[in-house]
Ligand binder design. Sequence first.
Ligand SMILES: CC(=O)SCCNC(=O)CCNC(=O)[C@H](O)C(C)(C)COP(=O)(O)OP(=O)(O)OC[C@H]1O[C@@H](n2cnc3c(N)ncnc32)[C@H](O)[C@@H]1OP(=O)(O)O
Ligand SMILES: O=CC(=O)O
Ligand SMILES: [Mg+2]
Length: 717
Amino acid sequence: MQGTYHQRHGLEVASDFVKFIEEQVLPGTNVDADRFWSGYAGLLDEFADENQILLNRRDELQAAIDNWHKERGNQPWDSAAYRGFLTDIGYLAPQPAPFSVDNGAVDPEIANIAGPQLVVPVSNARFALNAANARWGSLYDAFYGTDVMGPPPAAKGIDPARRDAVVAKAAEFLDKTFPLISGSHAAVTNYRADQDGLHATVDGAEIALANASAFLGTRQDGKDTAFVLRHHGLHVELVINSDHPIGAASPSGLRDIIVEAALTAIQDCEDSVAAVDSEDKIGVYANWLGLMKGDLAETFEKAGKTMTRRLAGDREIEAPDGSKLTLPGRALMLVRNVGLLMTTDIVRLNGKETPEGLLDAIVTVACALHDLGKTEGPRNSRLGSVYVVKPKLHGPDEAGFTDRVFTRVEAVLGLPANTVKLGLMDEERRTSANLAACIHAIRNRVVFINTGFLDRTGDEIHTSMQAGPFVGRDDMKAAGWLNAYEDRNVLTGLACGMRGRGQIGKGMWAKPDAMAEMLDSKIGHPQAGANTAWVPSPTAATLHALHYHQIDVTARQEELAGNSMPELDQLLTPALMGNHRPARDEILREVENSCQGILGYVVRWVDQGIGCSKVPDIDDVALMEDRATCRISAQYMANWLEHGLVSQDEVEDALRRMAAKVDRQNKGDPAYIPMAPDFDGPAFAAARDLIFEGARQPSGYTEPALHARRKEAKALR
Ligand SMILES: CC(=O)SCCNC(=O)CCNC(=O)[C@H](O)C(C)(C)COP(=O)(O)OP(=O)(O)OC[C@H]1O[C@@H](n2cnc3c(N)ncnc32)[C@H](O)[C@@H]1OP(=O)(O)O
Ligand SMILES: O=CC(=O)O
Ligand SMILES: [Mg+2]
């Protein structure tokens, strides 16, 4: 419940929100308050009811699917009958005739260059700024500070043996990516640039790069001289400074290798944030506004020092012929809006809440007017586009709806048609099953079709909740539907002409501390034809960037384009246990694991308003938990309860034991409110709701329970 409301063109708008829009968002744009509110009133008039109709359609289809499974009971799986049924109820839409996307002006970071995509909760200004600046990352730091070189260093200061190992490993990267005509970067005693290019001295002789054109020029930054190289469209700097402690220990003075890392960053208003009212939403939008104006700043304490973080500037380079070149200092930013499900009381129409997704659509694009209108300084989109990521769409009708919403937003804000580009999260089953039709519905603005395998797994379980119990997490990772989903996404994207026009992206690395494992395995994403994939932190972006030097994604996409598409039936076959039941202790261990993950996440969400957390799993591996991972855990529990694999009492018992454990894990946090021994707070209640109501929650989403309990917790304090 908000405080007071103001009337604006028939809308009731929370007073603090009116002030935010009229005093912070609109000044400096060509849109005045009258135009904004009348435009938004018109937009709600046109789309709010349709938004609800689309949600009702989801419920109808889910009810039909539930019934179908209940009626079939234990009959063997029949793919043809199931496909026929899904066609009859309209879950499967007609395939469009072959087409190519035609998405207009798309910045090269999205259209042409393959590289990491960082995601960040935009509610956290310190992290959001860090993400924007994560375009460039120190390879030495990423190697030194993580488990890539063995257990991360405990002590402060430099361990010379570890430093030498880092330098050697980084030289291996240089030898593979920018080989010298002869010799190794590890043996270079001097780097020098002149009008003929870059020269490296090895054994007293000057050696050129095998590919001389990889050298672009030199950048001077204080005492640092950086030699800038390019490979697969990504830049790498050799930073020379013999006065620096690391440079002093190197014969060539090489003090670091800076790699172009997060080409793009998604500033997230959705699953990694907890925003339940006007105060929270203003916090979210204000950070995005600051990023779009370019003036966001955050002051904080780090290692006993106060520091202020701001957006990084561009990088100026002098080419060998004396000409100047500018490289962006920041990741190209996209903003993820919320989906269609939730309503908000920030803006009310006829006394009723209105769709939060529509508010996100108009406000996030209005904030971006500041970027579009810039006449000096770095712009986010140099080509004048606004990049919005739309999550959790179910099928082509919802995609078409989203397209029309943004057409209207553009009209209200005076923008040319299709200025707003859309990133389509392929993360709900009805979208995967109808992907070409979804892309077709947004073909004039689509710029990505990333697989969000976390939400997708939650939706997989929820959709087939009544079909039987799902296999456990490990088996799920190898399930046929999941492979079909990932491969069909790439092949559909290629068939729809996404190559060179947008991103075919892959999902999040959800183990933020397991960087060695990520370095080994996430190369699979570019290998599978993805020109981007999600990472949880700037360090992960720096390391994942190395994969795009190893794999030429453009060539890989060409090779893959001839592959045949995995069958739709494979995508539609749920990974059920059948007659095989895991051992009792295995079941209980998975139950404990899910309970711990859910509790560890929701306790910070509900009590502290933190939307994304690192939570240790039962083996003490720190996992990134957000609403999508929480959806999976909750849906697993709901599914296993539904089919009697575990009883309500057993889950209650596990929840209590795990709550006590989560309390112990958080005992160093002064803001933490323990759940045990009374288990009567809103956080514990939220975990129970998620599990015990999970089978009945719309699409198994976590938002309704989390929002309700967070509001309760806010009211209590
Ligand atoms: C299914 C999906 O929807 S996935 C998409 C949603 N998920 C995300 O967006 C994940 C984003 N990542 C995060 O929020 C965080 O990395 C977490 C919560 C996983 C871990 O956070 P922490 O425990 O605080 O991380 P940790 O202590 O290791 O590192 C903190 C440092 O890394 C930086 N950092 C960590 N993650 C990010 C990020 N995503 N973007 C920018 N900076 C980041 C912080 O700014 C901080 O550095 P600073 O002190 O210089 O400011
Ligand atoms: O949003 C990403 C996902 O995996 O879900
Ligand atoms: Mg998701």
